[in-house]
Design a protein around this ligand. Structure first.
Ligand code: GLU
Length: 495
């Protein structure tokens, strides 16, 4: 039995898998899941010059990474394959022949120079540039002679001067006056069938029921509907997702925005579940204020009638927030493993130590988990757990309104307290140090601030008692002593 819902994404492998395409993929995937339908991946590689195998591999890896497995497509196959357009030439050829035969399409021999001139004149007259239709009525004999003479040609689709009205699943009723469009090219001069044609044939051939895609394709839809009617094919239903705008209302662009899923998101330490959650909210609105959704939740909650017509706003801060949320939801072991490649990249030495001291590394990850927004922050958040030498300025040890001597004395008190302890636990340490603070009648900051800096070299860190417990007596004492020496001698960096 045919499924009621068959949707697809049809990326062109001409660059890294794009954020916009990933968003379209999620909407299609969820729509399929919601109705127990099929989600299909079709590679639109008709542009032979710009299509690359690297790009196709990137598409496939990103979809897998996001967890958007396809039911039919490259690597899984299916009843309507092949799923790469470059392997479907014969199917297109038949349709092209019949379009030319019926007169719905025609050979056009206009040279690029002629077309450029035509366009220039139209622009001068402030007319919308479009093909004039010069070759529309060539006789069969003229066409054959031109071909025999070796003239270059393209094949154009003859646009009827009529209105095309369709009901977009998201935008509602849309109307296009086709007299504003010129006859468009369906087969290029290199004899390669082009996007509007191949995309339409494949949608029909693969029994696609709904096409959900970005609204940059909206004006292609009436052309595709006409084309499909001319080929006696049944058009699918179309739904165009809202444009994505930046917070300053400019359009999301390749140049100004992070758009590569691999390079800009995966390799910068975003989690797939955060991206899924973030992207689905670029267009879809939940019924209440809760904005955190897993793919599983979405498979039941998602519905097309909550997809908005108006532009969606891309706010990277929201993604960071969500990523932090999902980082906190990961188990420690999982997070430690996910962070390791990032640590390896930024600090191979520390990564080696982390691998050799798995428990210590795990404890360290546990202490930074709350503060982490992206996995690529691991090296900077964790460095003091592994540093041989801490690099910080002496001034950092001294809170405002304190002086060197007092701070050195406070640290000495901490040192003796720690020296007296056999095993350091955070509770025992806290009790001991609070006692020192009381007895010396100083503020918490006068002791805990320099202690934090002494053991981390940083202004901010996880809880200092917990930290010292994890670092152990020897390492902590060494660092406290180094800080005291720094204060006494004014030396800059020390271990
Ligand atoms: N290959 C087209 C693109 O990447 C597909 C558009 C569509 O979904 O119909 O934009």
């Amino acid at each position: 039995m045919e499924e009621l819902v068959r949707v697809r994404i049809a990326p062109s492998p001409t660059g890294k898998f794009h954020f916009g395409v990933a968003r379209v993929a999620i909407f299609n995937y969820l729509f399929a899941k919601k109705f127990g339908g099929k989600f299909i991946l079709r590679i639109e590689d008709t542009d032979r010059e710009r299509s690359t195998i690297e790009s196709e591999t990137d598409i496939i890896e990103c979809l897998k990474w996001l967890g958007l497995d396809w039911d039919e497509g490259p690597m899984v196959d299916g009843p309507y394959g092949p799923y790469r357009q470059s392997e479907r030439g014969e199917i297109y050829r038949e349709y092209i022949d019949s379009l030319v035969q019926s007169g719905a399409a025609y050979y056009c021999f206009c040279s690029p120079e002629e077309l450029a001139k035509e366009r220039e004149e139209q622009e001068k007259k402030k007319l919308m540039p479009r093909y004039s239709g010069k070759c529309r009525d060539l006789t069969k004999e003229q066409v054959q002679k031109n071909i025999a003479d070796g003239k270059k040609y393209v094949i154009r689709f003859r646009i009827p001067e009529e209105k095309v009205v369709f009901t977009d699943l998201i935008k509602g009723v849309v109307e296009f006056d086709m007299s504003n469009f010129g006859d468009f090219v369906i087969v290029g001069s290199d004899n390669n069938p082009l996007f509007l044609l191949t995309n339409s044939i494949d949608d029909a051939f693969m029994k696609i029921t709904h096409v959900l895609r970005g609204d940059d394709h909206l004006s292609n839809t009436p052309k595709q509907i006409l084309l499909m009617q001319a080929m006696n094919l049944l058009p699918p239903e179309y739904g165009h997702l809202p444009t994505i705008l930046n917070t300053d209302k400019t359009k999301m662009s390749k140049r100004n925005n992070p758009v590569s899923i691999t390079d800009d998101y995966k390799n910068n330490g975003y989690l797939p579940e955060a991206l899924i959650n973030f992207m689905v909210l670029l267009g879809w609105h939940p019924t209440d204020d809760n904005e955190l959704f897993s793919l599983d939740d979405l498979e039941t909650d998602f519905s097309l009638d909550r997809v908005s017509k108006s532009p969606a706003i891309f706010d990277i801060k929201k993604l960071e927030f969500m990523n932090g949320h999902y980082i906190r939801k990961r188990s420690l072991g999982d997070l430690a493993e996910l962070c390791l490649p990032f640590l390896e990249k930024s600090n191979p030495e520390h990564a080696k130590l982390a691998k050799a001291n798995a428990n210590y590394y795990l404890q360290a990850i546990g202490m930074i988990q709350d503060r982490m927004r992206r996995l690529d922050q691991v090296a900077s958040l964790i460095h003091f757990f592994f540093d041989e030498m801490l690099d910080y300025s002496t001034d950092l040890l001294i809170p405002s309104k304190s002086n060197k001597e007092d701070i050195a004395r406070n640290l000495m008190m901490v040192r003796s307290a720690i020296e007296r302890m056999d095993v350091i636990t955070r509770e025992a340490l806290e009790i001991a140090l609070m006692k020192v603070i009381r007895e010396m009648n100083i503020s918490n900051g006068e002791l805990l601030w320099p202690l934090r800096v002494a053991v981390t070299g940083e202004k901010f860190s996880p809880n200092v008692f917990e930290l010292i417990e994890a670092m152990g007596k020897e390492r902590s004492l060494k660092r406290i002593t180094a800080a005291i020496e720094k204060l006494e001698s004014g030396n800059e960096s020390t271990g």
